[in-house]
Design a protein around this ligand. Structure first.
Ligand code: MEV
Length: 415
């Protein structure tokens, strides 16, 4: 009988792991050969990054062009499976007058949940009275972070009412410098929890970073001049924006488009895209209503101004950014020296991506661009040879009839 319970899978050598997976999934020899093609990430590196490694999973990596961010030209690496995203961002950047972006100080929040507290108000007071010792203890084990000018800088507390009674929650504010911060913050929270338990006479339960990084945000802004995009497009984009600003269903898709660009760069630089995603959507809903992460308006010249603001917990030290060979190259390509600079590029990309989506949606629709690549995929699926793919795809797009059967017909010479 098939079972997914495989004791000590993690201790087995690669050959065994592949054998198990092959048998379990009924994979062919070719499948296994494919799994063994590692690309840039060799088995040893991958096996140090996560558990139970049997292969690596490659994504296309494209380069978005035309970006000028804080007066610096940038080629931006995108790792993404979706067609049109790279082209759209490059196009939006080409039409823009450049991006200005600014990240805040990299302050993350660590949460400590304390239960079984008889007098929450007193507990809060007692902890805050000992702020200095607590911060000292938090920083005691992280000399590297402190050496680089970071470390725990404050502690705040609040009482929350739950169906399991009152709880007290402390927020440890940590300047994580060029790290994403989860490791540093989680370690500090675990380190100070016994002290908090003693001061509150409660039980510390969760001790974990919050991905709603409200103190570590980034803003980016750009202007699209009416001479470069036309007054009609500006009106169309403003209508599209108002739709998102007033309708949650549209706001969700609007933000998804923003994350197309953001996640692609976050992944390409080896950062944690789930953390950035979670932070972005919680931030979008912070007023109690889910809102777009961008906004648009006309300036005094009637040019279009676009702005974006969201949390951005990305780092340059630790994690995959330092171990993944492609992430290392991508960071080099971007020429960023601090996590803040990286955040500023990512936010600019998010804004460009959104502008491109709104422009396409509000005018010609997005399917035309999508269809060109889709048609190429279909032609390849139908078995077209490399030198025929473009021609067959172009014909199917022109006929607005994109299917494997039509591709086959064209290959057979049917008009
Ligand atoms: C598709 O991946 C993203 C869009 O749906 C974004 C949007 O609707 O704004 C085009």
């Amino acid at each position: 009988m098939k079972t997914s319970r495989i004791p000590k899978f993690y201790e087995r050598p690669l050959g065994d792991r592949l054998g198990i997976v092959k048998e379990f999934g009924g994979l062919s020899e070719e499948d296994v050969t494919q799994l063994q093609k590692y690309g840039a990430l060799d088995f040893e590196t991958a096996n140090r990054m996560i558990e139970n490694v049997v292969s690596t999973f490659a994504l296309p990596m494209g380069i978005a062009t035309n970006f000028v961010i804080n007066d610096k030209p940038c080629l931006v690496p995108f790792a993404i499976e979706e067609p049109s995203v790279v082209a759209a961002a490059s196009n939006a950047a080409r039409l823009s007058a450049g991006f200005e972006a600014k990240a805040t100080e990299p302050i993350m929040i660590g949460q400590i949940q304390v239960v079984n507290i008889k007098k929450p108000k007193k507990a809060l007071k007692d902890v805050l009275k000992h702020k200095k010792e607590i911060l000292g203890k938090a920083n005691a084990g992280d000399s590297t972070l402190v050496k680089f000018g970071g470390g725990a800088i404050n502690i705040e507390g609040k009482e929350i009412k739950t169906s399991r009674g009152k709880m007290v929650v402390f927020h440890l504010l940590v300047d994580v410098r060029d790290a994403m911060g989860a490791n540093a913050v989680n370690t500090m929270c675990e380190r100070i929890a016994p002290m908090i338990e003693e001061l509150t006479r409660g039980i510390a339960r969760l001790r974990i970073i919050s991905n709603l990084a409200v103190h570590r945000t980034v803003k980016a802004k750009s202007v699209w001049k009416k001479e470069s995009i036309g007054e009609e497009w500006i009106e169309a984009i403003l209508d599209a924006y108002e739709f998102a600003a007033n309708d949650e269903h549209r706001a969700c898709t609007h933000n998804k488009g923003i994350m197309n660009g953001i996640d692609a760069v976050v992944i390409a630089t080896g950062n944690d895209f789930r953390a950035v995603e979670a932070g972005a959507h919680a931030y979008a809903a912070r007023s109690g209503k889910y809102r777009p992460l961008t906004k648009y308006y006309k300036d005094k010249n009637d040019d279009l101004v676009g702005e974006i603001e969201l949390p951005m917990a990305v780092g340059l030290v630790g994690g995959a950014t330092k171990t993944h060979p492609l992430a290392k190259i991508n960071v080099k390509l971007l020429g960023v020296k601090t996590a803040n600079e990286l955040a500023e590029i990512i936010a600019s990309v998010g804004l460009a991506q959104n502008f491109a989506a709104l422009k396409a949606l509000a005018t010609e629709g997005i399917q035309r661009g999508h269809m060109r690549l889709h048609a190429k995929n279909i032609a390849a699926t139908a078995g077209a040879t490399e030198n025929k793919i473009d021609e067959i795809a172009a014909k199917m797009v022109e006929e607005k009839n994109i299917s494997v059967s039509r591709a086959k017909e064209i290959m057979e010479g049917k008009k």
